[in-house]
Write a protein that binds this ligand. Structure first.
Ligand SMILES: Cc1ncc(COP(=O)(O)O)c(C=O)c1O
Length: 519
């Protein structure tokens, strides 16, 4: 048994790790277990820095990949995290377990890291718990409905009504394609926006995220290429840019998806499908105009590539004229339309739907059965009652008014408090404003200073499948009232201006220094 330690080094803790090279337990597992123990015992505290992979590997006389695997395991447990350019830190301390008399911590012989896929793009949702907590923080980080507007009593009455009417049947297993009154309601509702499908061409899902996953499962084979917007919704990146799928990214400009680039891609590479959010795109807020919508459908038809149209923000229009969804313009049966009640209603309910040709729905339904049998019957029945009593329409009208006011408050505050080098769009709907900062500013780095001032937002780079633009941010405007928005934008503007001033100062000092060297 060898004993290795490293000396304390400017904030870095002494780390004593003993490796048993004769053991059947892999070396990385021994390292991970011992670091975990050090954290549990309090020998390593929250915020302590761990040695860099290379250093620890040298100290212990193991391969660097052994330490990387151990750190990956601890990261997956949420105990440590690595910050680019800063190092690896203890990020959580596990709650103390009640001690059993003869309990000994055994190192797991299971090579979990080797069994699990290396890539972890599925972590994009971490931090969402924060949407509920952090009361003193003003959050622009989410594109979520304002919970204080949820009409709780109306919804409670819907739940009561359906339970009284349908009773135990709602607690029994149901049909995998969905609760049929809801399918009928949705088919009738979609007809109002020009989408003509029968109830049997509608599959109820647990929200758009699941719809994307199901579509991916049935249409995309390993090695296939998928065309996605860049930037785009991170949940779509996590589905389409995973281990087995190749993707090709299409830039999003002022008019939405860049159709010239898409046309070249379609001609050269024939992707398996195209994913797009044509109305109030997440994160940029842009909406494709009618001509662009028509051209997109015609292009997809010419190259026989299906389109996934994600219309989750479609109903949240505050000004301008309504536009038909792509599916309403589709004479070819190539658009797979997805939507949900998450933005217009309640995201926690997890009810969404897919409208697609029957043959596609049949395959999706089989995939849904393999995945989770069906969406919650109670949730489907309750939202169906809620819509049928006109309560959803009432709630959407109220939300639209509140969100339009909040968007306007944010636009006004941006004008007032942001530096003139920054620019942003004025979305006609949706839930967020997309800001471009001066090139030199990295929004992720700014987030720490902003949060010290009680404001958080989403750095734009989260939304890129590739070539992230660090000087961008998405500001969700739905979750704070106008007065709070004004205050938080004022604070955020001050943080950005200070950062800009510091950058300018450094640059001029750098230039002066360079000048002296030349002389
Ligand atoms: C464009 C887009 N699609 C899908 C989703 C997820 O929707 P759901 O809650 O219906 O799964 C979101 C959520 O932010 C989104 O912005």
């Amino acid at each position: 048994m060898a004993r290795h330690s490293r000396p304390s080094n400017g904030g870095m803790k002494t780390l004593i790790i003993e490796l048993d090279r004769e053991s059947h337990i892999p070396l990385y597992a021994q390292i991970a277990t011992q670091v975990r123990e050090l954290i549990s015992r309090g020998a390593l505290k929250l915020g302590d820095r761990l040695p860099a992979n290379r250093e620890l590997a040298e100290t212990l006389g193991v391969n660097r990949s052994t330490v990387t695997t151990a750190y990956d395991e601890l990261t997956a447990d949420g105990l440590i995290n690595s910050q680019v350019g800063r190092g690896t830190f203890v990020s959580a301390v596990p709650a103390a377990k009640p001690a059993l008399a003869d309990e000994r911590v055994l190192a797991s012989p299971m090579p979990w890291s080797a069994l699990l896929p290396g890539e972890r793009r599925d972590q994009w949702m971490s931090g969402f718990e924060g949407a509920q907590s952090g009361k003193e923080m003003i959050s622009f980080a989410y594109a979520l409905p304002a919970a204080e507007l949820f009409p709780l009593d109306d919804f409670r009455r819907s739940v009561d009504r359906v339970l009284r009417k349908e009773g135990r049947a709602l607690l029994q297993l149901g049909a995998s394609n969905g609760y049929s009154p809801l399918q009928q309601y949705l088919a009738a509702q979609m007809a109002l926006s020009g989408i003509h499908v029968g109830p049997d061409e509608v599959l109820i899902t647990n929200g758009c995220q699941q719809s994307l996953d199901l579509i991916h499962r049935i249409l995309v084979r390993p090695g296939d290429e998928v065309a996605i917007e860049n930037p785009t919704y991170p949940g779509a990146i996590s589905v389409f840019c995973g281990n087995q799928t190749k993707y090709v990214s299409i830039p999003v400009g002022e008019r939405g998806l860049d159709l010239d680039v898409l046309e070249d891609i379609l001609a050269q590479r024939r992707p398996r499908l195209i994913y797009t959010v044509p109305s109030f795109h997440n994160p940029t807020g842009v909406t494709m105009d009618l001509a662009a919508r028509r051209r997109l459908v015609e292009l997809a038809a010419r190259y026989r590539v299906p389109i996934i149209e994600d219309d989750i923000y479609g109903e949240l229009r505050y000004d301008g004229a309504a536009l038909p969804p792509l599916k309403a313009l589709d004479r070819y049966g190539l658009v797979i339309y997805i939507n949900s009640f998450s933005k217009v209603g309640f995201p926690g309910l997890r009810v969404g739907w897919i409208a697609a040709p029957r043959i596609v729905i049949a395959h999706l339904n089989a995939a849904k059965q393999r995945c989770d049998l069906h969406a919650s019957l109670l949730a489907q029945a309750a939202i169906c009652d809620f819509t049928r009593h006109g309560l959803l329409a009432k709630h959407i009208n109220r939300s639209r008014k509140a969100y339009a006011q909040r968007r306007d408050a944010m636009l006004l505050a941006l004008e007032r408090y942001f530096p003139e080098e920054a620019s942003w769009n004025k979305p006609e709907g949706g839930m967020a404003i997309w800001v471009k900062l001066p090139e030199a500013i990295n929004a992720s780095q700014l987030l720490l200073q902003a949060s010290e001032q009680g404001v958080v937002f989403s750095p734009g780079e989260y939304f890129y499948a590739c070539s992230p633009q660090a000087a961008t941010m998405r500001l969700g405007f739905t979750m704070a009232g106008p007065a709070q928005i004004e205050e938080a934008i004022k604070r955020l503007g001050a943080v950005i201006k200070t950062r800009l001033a510091n950058l300018k100062k450094h640059r001029s000092v750098g230039r002066a220094a360079a000048g002296r060297t030349l002389v």
